[in-house]
Design a protein around this ligand. Structure first.
Ligand SMILES: N[C@@H](CCC(=O)N[C@@H](CS)C(=O)NCC(=O)O)C(=O)O
Length: 333
């Protein structure tokens, strides 16, 4: 039995750094293990799926999937809580966590593999972890293989010539909204990080490590830059804010990004999975969006809807969800 937790991950993996940021915030003893050839066999023993992060608990249980990982660890170590006590803020935090994981990932993944400079930058960092010590032409050969594989996989998250302008506009608009919101607070929900910070941050931080997104964020969003850096080793036990204080700058993000783009996309994706369709198309305000459905996201939308339906009293939450056009997508009405 080890003293602490072990996290298999990589700096280039948004879900891995999300979980690491959470462990750092909670001050839980852990070892960060960059998955590579030297530890692959051990990694496999604990991983049902070939994905990172994989967390191994002190009693030697392997757990995967960043959202359930955080939920499980939070149940074991509830203080300091990552869930605001204000019921509206608490649900919105979970909504933003899901938005970050699923839509923020489209931002990051699309930009990372769309342009030569980003492909090479990420390809080199991935290759360095996969083949430590390899240099020169041999390293470039690995980079080229990675880039080729990833560029041919961007359709998986819905990135294509058709959707590229919509994804890039969504990223820029989202960053602008986040910057305004973070102008007067260190974290999305107040003086300490919430569930929503971790999910969204993993993606935005990774985007920031890539040249094109780095330039956009650095040029236009100083408060987002400060938050990106703060969330690497988050600290803070101050209070979460009430919804009344958060709403003026968070509701525009909910309305323009979560309700107008992400939830209709997620609902259409989930219907396509249920119908066994090979492909789905949806009209978003940014234009037609066509892609192959993503099974994992249908499950996570189901979990978010269950979270909403399990709430005993939604009298404060519903007007906010209604006003921002999120309600119908969550309540099924
Ligand atoms: N839903 C999972 C997604 C994990 C995931 O997609 N991980 C990616 C890296 S960010 C991965 O492991 N891809 C395959 C690989 O790198 O071998 C989570 O939240 O942990």
């Amino acid at each position: 039995m080890a003293d602490g937790y072990r996290i298999w991950g990589a700096e280039v993996s948004p879900y891995s750094v999300k979980v690491r940021s959470y462990f750092r915030y909670k001050e839980l003893a852990h070892e960060w293990i960059v998955r590579g050839p030297d530890n692959m066999e051990e990694y496999k023993q604990y991983s049902k799926l070939p994905l990172i992060p994989t967390v191994v608990t002190p009693d030697d249980e392997g757990i995967q999937d960043s959202t359930p990982i955080i939920e499980k660890i939070e149940a074991r170590h509830p203080e300091p809580s990552i869930h605001p006590s204000d019921p509206v803020a608490s649900f919105v935090s979970a909504l933003i966590e899901e938005f970050g994981d699923e839509w923020g990932n489209k931002w990051m993944f699309h930009y990372r593999w769309a342009r030569e400079a980003d492909q090479q930058s990420a390809g080199k960092r991935l290759a360095a972890a996969m083949a430590p010590g390899v240099e020169g032409d041999a390293l470039q050969g690995i980079v080229d293989g990675i880039v080729d594989r990833m560029v041919n996989r961007v359709w998986f998250v819905g990135s294509s010539e058709q959707t590229a302008p919509a994804i890039e506009q969504s990223f820029k608009d989202g960053i602008t909204r986040l910057d305004a919101h973070l102008a007067t607070r260190p974290f999305l929900f107040g003086e300490r990080p919430a569930f929503g910070d971790f999910g969204l941050w993993g993606q935005v931080y990774n985007a920031w490590t890539d040249p094109t997104c780095n330039e956009i964020i650095e040029a236009s969003a100083p408060n987002v830059v400060a938050w990106i850096q703060r969330m690497l080793e988050p600290e803070g036990t101050g209070d979460f804010e009430n919804w009344a204080d958060l709403s003026p700058t968070l509701e525009p993000l909910l309305e323009e990004q979560v309700a107008a783009l992400f939830l209709p996309w997620s609902d259409a994706n989930s219907r396509a999975i249920a119908a066994g369709s090979e492909e789905f198309s949806i009209e978003l305000p940014s234009g037609t969006w066509t892609q192959k459905p993503q099974k994992y996201h249908a499950r996570s939308l189901g979990k978010l809807r269950n979270r909403y339906q399990a709430l005993e009293n939604t009298s404060l939450l519903d007007p906010v969800l209604e006003r921002t056009n999120c309600l119908g997508w969550l309540s099924g009405s």
